[in-house]
Design a protein around this ligand. Structure first.
Ligand code: FPP
Length: 253
C-alpha cells in the first residue's frame, strides 16, 4: 500500500499545536476612524501582543504571523517605510518581554530584501531567544508562499544536480525540509481577520490540511474572546487527513 502523501503532523488534540494568522484590516480600521493607515498598523501591534499571550496560555506551541507579504512591497512608499519602522520599533520594545516569557522568535521570508538595520534587529532577537523552550513565534516578513516553493525547488534541483540527493528520493519530507518552516509542524488552524476568505499567498504548501477560520473582525479589534472563538471552532472539528470518520474514531489516525 503506498504511503499517504500527507502525514498528520499533529495528534487529534482539541488544542491546535500550530496556529497561523493572516492579520488583515488595519487600513480599514484606521479609515473608519479618519486616521492614516499607519495608525491602524500601530494599533495592530496590541493584537499581536494579545495573540502571543493567549497562544502561550492556551498551550499552543507555534504561532505564525503574516506581517508583510512579497506583494506588500507594491504599497505606497510611505506605508512600506512606516511598516518597516514599526517592525524595528516593535522588536526594540517587545523582545525583552518575549524573552522573559520564554518565547522563541523566528523570522521567515526574503529577509535579504529588508534594510540592514531591520535585519540586524531580527538576527539579535533570534539569537537572544534561540534557547527558549516556550511558544515559538514565527513572523513572516517579505514572505510569499510561491516564493517559498520556488526557493525549495531550486534547492532540491541543486542537490539532485550535485548528486547529494537522488531524484527518486524527492518526496514530501525532502521537499518540506527545504521550506522556510522546515523545523515547524504544519499549521493546524489558519485564522484570517478582516472579512476576506482567501489564503493570499501565505504558507501555500504548509496549509494543505489546516482548518480555516475567517472573521469580519478587523485586526486591531482581534481580542482574546475572538481568538477563543476560533479555538472553539477548531476543537469542534474532526481532522481526517483523507481517512474516513469511522477510521478516525476507531484507530485515532
Ligand atoms: C494588513 O492590513 C496588515 C499588514 C500588511 C501589516 C500587519 C502588521 C502589523 C499588525 C504590525 C505589527 C506586526 C508585528 C509582527 C510587530 P491591511 O493594511 O491590508 O488592512 P486593509 O485590508 O484594511 O487595508
Amino acid at each position: 500500500m503506498p504511503e499517504p502523501s500527507i502525514q498528520p503532523t499533529t495528534n487529534n488534540s482539541s488544542v491546535p499545536r500550530h496556529v497561523a494568522i493572516i492579520m488583515d484590516g488595519n487600513g480599514r480600521w484606521a479609515k473608519s476612524r479618519n486616521k492614516p493607515r499607519h495608525s491602524g498598523h500601530r494599533a495592530g501591534v496590541k493584537s499581536v501582543r494579545m495573540s502571543v499571550e493567549t497562544a502561550a496560555q492556551r498551550g499552543i506551541e507555534y504561532l505564525t504571523l503574516f506581517a508583510f507579504s512579497s506583494e506588500n512591497w507594491s504599497r505606497p512608499e510611505d506605508e512600506v517605510s512606516s511598516l518597516m519602522k514599526l517592525f524595528v520599533e516593535a522588536l526594540r520594545r517587545e523582545v525583552d518581554e518575549l524573552h522573559r516569557n520564554n518565547v522563541r522568535l523566528l523570522f521567515v521570508g526574503a529577509l535579504d530584501e529588508l534594510s540592514t538595520g531591520l535585519r540586524k534587529k531580527i538576527a539579535q532577537s533570534e539569537q537572544k531567544t534561540a534557547a527558549n523552550t516556550g511558544l515559538q513565534l514565527t513572523v513572516a516578513i517579505a514572505y510569499g508562499g510561491r516564493w517559498d516553493i520556488i526557493q525549495a525547488s531550486k534547492s532540491i534541483a541543486r542537490k539532485v544536480a550535485d548528486g547529494s540527493l537522488q531524484l527518486d528520493d524527492v518526496n514530501d519530507e525532502a521537499f518540506s525540509a527545504e521550506l522556510q518552516l522546515s523545523a515547524v509542524p504544519d499549521p493546524d488552524l489558519l485564522i484570517r481577520t478582516g472579512g476576506e476568505q482567501r489564503i493570499s499567498n501565505f504558507l501555500l504548501w504548509n496549509l494543505a490540511y489546516a482548518e480555516l477560520w475567517f472573521t469580519n473582525i478587523l485586526w486591531p479589534e482581534f481580542d482574546q474572546n475572538v481568538f477563543d472563538e476560533a479555538l472553539s471552532f477548531y476543537a469542534g472539528k474532526q481532522r481526517r487527513f483523507g481517512h474516513t470518520g469511522d477510521q478516525v474514531e476507531t484507530t485515532g489516525c
